[in-house]
Design a protein around this ligand. Structure first.
Ligand SMILES: Cc1ncc(COP(=O)(O)O)c(C=O)c1O
Length: 341
């Protein structure tokens, strides 16, 4: 059932309550709140919600049915006819409030970014989309049991937790990063976020002012580039080849965002000499290196390549790395974590 969100306009003297209710519902049907085929609340429920009599709501529904906006049947909630076609109202209340003119500089930069839509093909002939889970391989029942058990075990589940993420999870991640990626860090250096973009957005907003330069791979992960552009960073794109991002003559910058273990989208692994160049550059100009370790541990034929971070001389520069894990609902769709020094 579509939830009722009906705000009856303030009394304007000229209109009856019945026509105010029917006009509001008409506008909601036109804007897709109640799409064709959906059902409205029963007259009893709507009357209780609005604090009016049931006769008033029934009269409003009858008016809408007479105009063809609803089909009413004895004993069933009124339905928006399946074949109903209504023109979208051209001017909608509140559009002015979201006009780019009233947005902050950050908001205007966001509005200017391209929206990356997924193609809407119903049944693709071949699905080349990356990043989705192979649903049939996932141990859904085992996962569900584990989630249920964890929820029942944790009496603190209704309280606000540590904003950095649960300490148990961060300790488990510390062990994983050491084991799988050779990264030694303290759980306090790890922050759990709900996706790579949130992690990157936090880092970039903390480290880069609008107009300051940031080095990025070309081609690169589009969502990361959008985060940098939204922050107002001035991008310095660097070509990628078989050895990863080219590091010769890098100009000074606030940071570099790189995918050295598995370049996205070309897949190359950054060579040792380029890693050394990159870290020397970061040391010399005081830049941060944000190392996106996405899928860094997946390799078919050779052991995974290590991240750059363990190579860094202590105290010379700062680096954050992140990885990600996905899980289906009910546990949420994605978590990411990053750590830095
Ligand atoms: C380089 C890179 N980082 C991050 C992501 C996505 O990470 P998340 O699932 O945390 O949004 C992708 C997805 O393709 C990626 O290619």
């Amino acid at each position: 059932m579509v939830q009722l969100m009906l705000a009856i306009p303030q009394p304007d003297g000229a209109k009856t309550v019945v026509s105010r209710i029917s006009e509001t519902i008409k506008a909601q049907i036109a804007e897709g709140v109640y799409p064709p085929g959906s059902r409205l609340p029963s007259s009893r429920a709507l009357a209780a919600d609005l604090g009016v009599s049931r006769t008033t709501v029934t009269a409003a529904y009858e008016q809408l049915a007479a105009e063809g906006y609803l089909e009413a049947r004895q004993g069933a909630r009124p339905q928006v006819p399946i074949g109903l076609r209504v023109e979208q109202p051209v001017i909608r209340q509140g559009i002015e409030a979201t006009s780019p003119k009233r947005l902050s500089d950050f908001g205007q930069r966001l509005v200017g970014l391209p929206v990356h839509h997924r193609p809407k093909a119903d049944v693709p002939v071949a699905d080349f989309r990356y990043g989705d889970l192979a649903a049939s391989d996932f141990p859904t029942l085992i996962w569900k049991r584990a989630v249920d058990a964890a929820v029942l075990r944790r009496p603190s589940r209704l309280q606000y937790g540590d904003p950095s993420g649960s300490s148990e999870l961060r300790s488990a991640l510390q062990g994983y990063l050491w084991r799988a990626r050779g990264l030694r860090c303290d759980p306090d250096q790890i922050i759990v976020v709900n996706g790579s973009q949130q992690g990157l957005d936090l880092c970039v907003r903390l480290l880069v002012n609008p107009g300051e330069p940031a080095v990025i791979e070309n081609p690169c992960y589009a969502a990361a580039r959008d985060v940098l552009l939204a922050t107002g960073a001035r991008l310095i794109p660097r070509v990628v080849d078989r050895e990863g991002m080219c590091t010769d003559r890098l100009p000074p910058a606030r940071l570099a965002y790189v995918t050295p273990s598995h370049q996205f989208p070309l897949g190359s692994v950054m060579s040792v000499s380029r890693r050394q160049d990159l870290l020397a550059w970061a040391r010399n100009c005081g830049a941060y290196v944000i190392e996106d370790d996405y899928d860094g541990e997946y390799r078919y034929e050779s052991p995974p390549s290590p991240p750059c971070r363990p190579w860094m001389e202590p105290g010379t520069s700062s680096i954050s790395a992140r990885c990600r894990r996905r899980s289906p609902p009910p546990c949420g769709s994605a978590i990411s974590w990053f750590h830095g020094r």
